[in-house]
Design a protein around this ligand. Structure first.
Ligand code: G16
Ligand code: MG
Length: 207
């Protein structure tokens, strides 16, 4: 039985992908190329610097380390300005209810996100208090599909990975959860998330 639940943020609790997209698109435009919604799919669940690497590859642009850091900084400023307007109405259907249901059952809850803006987003959404631990991009160095974020989250909950269930929308995240030794519920399409133990369309299915 599940003693701990570890939630990815973007695509599971809130759709921040659209704000990431707008910010990456603005950067691409400054650099003189088009960045499509289809291209954006490749950035889901991927860390900021790896996202930038993919974006520059799409645009066929070479840039050194210092320049890359400046670009990532520019994108993040744009992104943070749009997520500053987030409010609880943007919590994905069923997410809050499911978190509350789990708490009522005594299940420990952690966040396992690649984002360095995760704590800010949870507070904007008004759900920070529902998490016993927050493991995010400020605390881990290896990006999903590396299991680090989920190993750290289960440890922070004082549980073994095998006692935890990971909820993930990205293929790399599902892979990371399995590699950590957790059970994984994929959120999205079974075609993409076939490595998950179970796939659902959204957390509303579980309430
Ligand atoms: C999220 C998004 C990614 C984003 C990453 C880093 O991951 O899915 O697109 O690049 O965080 O975000 P930031 O630039 O805010 O550090 P997750 O793990 O919550 O799905
Ligand atoms: Mg995600």
């Amino acid at each position: 039985t599940m003693k701990g639940a570890i939630f990815d943020l973007d695509g599971v609790i809130v759709d921040t992908a659209k704000y990431h997209y707008l910010a990456w698109q603005a950067l691409a435009k400054r650099l003189g190329f088009d960045f499509t919604e289809e291209d954006n799919e490749r950035l889901k669940g991927v860390s900021r610097m790896e996202s930038l690497r993919i974006l520059l590859e799409i645009g066929g642009i070479e840039a050194g380390e210092v320049e890359r850091l400046e670009m990532a900084e520019m994108k993040n400023r744009e992104y943070v300005s749009s997520i500053s307007k987030l409010d609880p109405s943007e919590i994905l259907p069923g997410a809050r209810e499911y978190l509350e249901l789990l708490r009522g059952r005594g299940v420990k809850i952690a966040l396992g996100s690649a984002s360095q803006n995760a704590a800010f987003i949870l507070s904007r959404l008004g759900i920070a208090r529902l998490f016993d631990a927050v493991i995010d991009g400020t605390k881990v160095s290896q990006a999903k599909p590396d299991p680090e974020v989920f190993l750290a989250a289960s440890e922070a909950l004082g549980l073994r990975p095998s006692e935890c269930v990971v909820f993930e929308d990205a293929a790399a995240g599902v892979q990371a959860g399995k590699a950590a030794g957790c059970k994984v519920v994929g959120i999205g399409s079974p075609d993409i998330l076939h490595q998950a133990d179970r796939v659902i369309a959204g957390l509303y299915e579980l309430i």
